[in-house]
Design a binder for this molecule. Structure first.
Ligand code: 6CS
Ligand code: FE
Length: 310
């Protein structure tokens, strides 16, 4: 497919227009979102959904993620990413393959059904991760567009993917919440600097390539402002694959943790990387397309059943 978003190939950054819609379906009676929510996502590039889950579901998710963090030895070691220069766990990738409950969360129609509606296609999981931003030592995630990485390093052809961050701890203004630049998803900021071999070995700790230039970041921030959605555990923050986002470090004693699911349209499956020596490993970017079968019902019940048969 022709590369309409060429990045990491020129000596100067460029601002290219987004050449495709954001919300790809119009409101209808059966839509899982209101007209206002669809419009907000389309124009702002993000949306916050509150109270999707019952209290006992949130507790079941917190228990599960606490156990995974407490005993990382049960996890595939290459999926466990530690903080730069430290041993604190920063992320656990491919979490839907290592936890039945988080696989069930990812397939829940309250999440996957919304993604499928907005992307107007069947969806599969491009990437999942648990993000922990430990108290005192949680480091930042510098500004970036996920799509810039998924396009150049994973070969994602079009902007037809979105992320959902399910908050598992209170995200406050102080403990390094996600920051987005509303409206930034409408233009593609190309990055300078060729992708190094095996870039993911460093980028998942601290991203150095695929980082937008300060002039364009400043321009976007001055034009659109910066929003840092906060919320109680169970809050869901959706954002478009090309929305500029980042998060500050966490020097408070209060950890910030979330479950992060990336839904890609089945019609947008990965091809060859557009600007990297070779594809990234499957635990970061799924190359097998397995359309999600929507699940419904209580996550707390699913956790109970899981424990009963474990
Ligand atoms: O490289 C990636 O795919 C991951 N890195 C960041 C900072 N956000 C998107 C994604 O989780
Ligand atoms: Fe990101």
């Amino acid at each position: 497919m022709q590369d309409i978003y060429p990045s990491r190939c020129k000596s100067e950054p460029e601002v290219l227009p987004r050449q495709e819609p954001v919300a790809r379906a119009a409101w209808r009676e059966s839509a899982p979102l209101s007209q206002a929510q669809i419009e907000h996502f389309d124009s702002q590039g993000f949306l916050v959904l509150e109270d999707l889950f019952a209290a006992d579901e949130v507790v079941a998710l917190q228990d599960e993620t606490r156990q995974l963090l407490a005993d990382p030895s049960s996890l595939d070691p290459e999926t466990v990413i530690t903080e730069p220069g430290g041993s604190e766990v920063r992320s656990i990738f491919a979490i839907h393959r290592q936890s039945a409950l988080l696989a069930r969360l990812a397939a829940d129609e309250r999440l996957a059904g919304v993604a499928s509606f907005l992307l107007d296609d069947q969806v599969y999981l491009h990437q999942t991760r648990l993000n922990y931003k430990p108290g005192f030592n949680g480091k930042e995630f510098y500004w970036h567009s996920d799509f810039e990485t998924w396009h150049t390093e994973d070969g994602m052809p079009r902007m037809r993917a979105l992320s959902m961050s399910v908050l598992l701890a209170e995200n406050t203004p102080d403990n390094g919440p996600l920051m987005v630049i509303p409206g930034s998803h409408k233009s593609f900021i190309t990055c300078v600097g060729e992708t190094p071999d095996d870039h993911y070995r460093s980028s998942l700790k601290k991203q150095e390539y695929g980082v937008p230039d300060q002039w364009n970041l400043a321009r976007l921030a001055h034009e659109h402002g910066i929003v840092a959605p906060t919320g109680k555990p169970g809050t869901v923050i959706l954002f478009d694959c090309n929305t500029m986002h980042g998060s500050n470090g966490n020097i408070t004693p209060f950890p910030r943790s979330n479950a992060f699911m990336v839904y890609n349209a089945v019609s947008n499956r990965l091809e060859r990387p557009y600007a990297a020596p070779r594809p990234r490993p499957d635990f970061i970017a799924a190359r097998e397309v397995e359309p999600l079968v929507m699940q419904s019902g209580s996550l707390a019940r699913a956790a109970q059943v899981e424990r009963a048969f474990a």
